[in-house]
Design a binder for this molecule. Sequence first.
Ligand code: 4AD
Ligand code: MG
Length: 428
Amino acid sequence: MWIEDLKDHIGEVVTVKGWVFNRRSSGKVRFIILRDGTGFSQVVLVKGIVSEEGFNLSHNIPYEAQIEVNGRIKEESRAIGGVEIEALDLKIVFLPHEEYPISTKSHGIDFLLSHRHLWLRSRRQFAIMRIRNEIIKAARDFFYERKFINIDSPILTPTSCEGTTTLFEVNYFDEKAYLSQSGQLYLEPAAAALGKVFCFGPAFRAEKSKTRRHLTEFWAIEPEVAFMDYKGAEELASSLIVYMIERVLENRQQELEILERDVDALKRIKLPFPVISYEEAIGLLNKKGNGTKYGEDFGGDEETLLSESFDRPLIIEKYPKSIKPFYMKEDTENPELVLNFDIIAPEGYGEIVGGSQREDDYDKLLENIKEHGIEMDTVDWYLDIRKYGSFVHSGFGLGLERTVAWISGIHHVREAIPYPRTLGRLYP
Ligand code: 4AD
Ligand code: MG
C-alpha cells in the first residue's frame, strides 16, 4: 500500500514498501520514518509486538535502505499524515552500498544542487514538486474547462521570439537553429486555425544573469485567443492565477505546511487585480526614491518595489514600444506605446506573466520586423497570418517556476524545477 492511502485504512494490517528516511530509538521502542514517494510515515517497532528478526534488523538501519514493513495502521494525530504503522514484521530489500551523502545537517547550496537527483528525496523538495504538479494540473484543467486546444510548439526553431541576445544556438544539419524562447509565434497561427489554444512547454534563454528569478531552461504556459483584446488577456491571466492558488490551497495543505508557507497571503489573492500603466509605475517608483527613467525597463529591484504596495499581483500595462518585441500591437491612441501587460507577483517574486495584444496590421508588422533587424526569410511564414485573414488576438506567457516559487514561498526558482539549468550549471 502507498503511504498517502494509509489514512483510509485505519485498523488494517498492510505491507508498505519504502526507504528509511530517518530513525531514532528509545529503549524497547524504535521509530523509523519511512518514505515511499507518496508520503512519509512513522513506523513504530515495539519489542514483543514486532517479530524478533524485524526488531533486530531495525538496529542502526542505514538511511535510504529500502525496506518492507508489515504492520497495523493506527490513528495518531501527532504523527505526519495523521497515522502511524505499528510494525509486525520488517524486511530489508536493498541495503545502500555507501553511506547516504545527504544528512539532516545543513549542506551548502552547491553541494545540494550537485546532488539534485538525491536532494529531490527531501521533505521540502517533495512538497515543492507536488505543488508544481498541482499548478500544472490546475493550468491544464483551467484551459480545458474553457474549451482550449493544446497545441505543442516546436523546440527547434529558426527564429527568435524574445530578442537575439538570449538565444541558444544549435547545429541543425547544415543550418543554424535555436532552442525556442517561447511557443508564441507558433501559437498565433494556431489560434487562427483553432480559436482558443495553449501550449505548455520548455523555453530556453541564455540568461547571463544570476538571480533568484532566472533559469536558462524554464517552463511556460502560453494561451493565445482569437478575437480577444489585451484587456481580455489580462482578465484571463488573472483568473488563471486565482484558479491555481485555489487549487493549491484546497489540495496541497500538507505541502504548504511542510514549507511553512504563510497561507493567509495566498488567501488574499482575489479578483480583480490592480492595474496601473507603465507611466504610473514609473511615477510610483520615483516616489519611492527609485530613479528609473521613462523609457527604461524594470529589473528585479523595481518589480519588488512596485509589488510592495499591493497584496495582490499587480498588472502593469502599456509599455513604450521602444523596449518591447516586434509582435506587440501599437496603441492607436498613442503610437509610442504598445497594448501589452506584465503581471508582477506579490512578496518580491517578480514578473510571472508577460502578454499582449498582437500587431494585426500587415504593414505595421512589416515595419516592426525591419526596425528590429529581423531577417525576413525567418518570419515570412509568420507574416502570412496577417496576409490571409488577419484578426484581433491576444495571449500571454506565465512562467511556471516563478509561479511555483511564489505560491510555495521559496526564495529561489532553482528549487521550483526538478533539474534546474542556470548560468554555470548543467549537472546533474
Ligand atoms: O515575458 P516573457 O519573455 O514573454 C514571452 O515569452 C511571450 N512570448 C509570452 C507570450 O505572450 N506568449 O516570458 C514569459 C514569462 C515571464 O513573465 C516570466 O515569468 C517567465 O516567462 N520567464 C522566466 N522564468 C524563469 N527564468 C527565465 N529566464 C525567464 N524568462 C522569462
Ligand atoms: Mg517579460
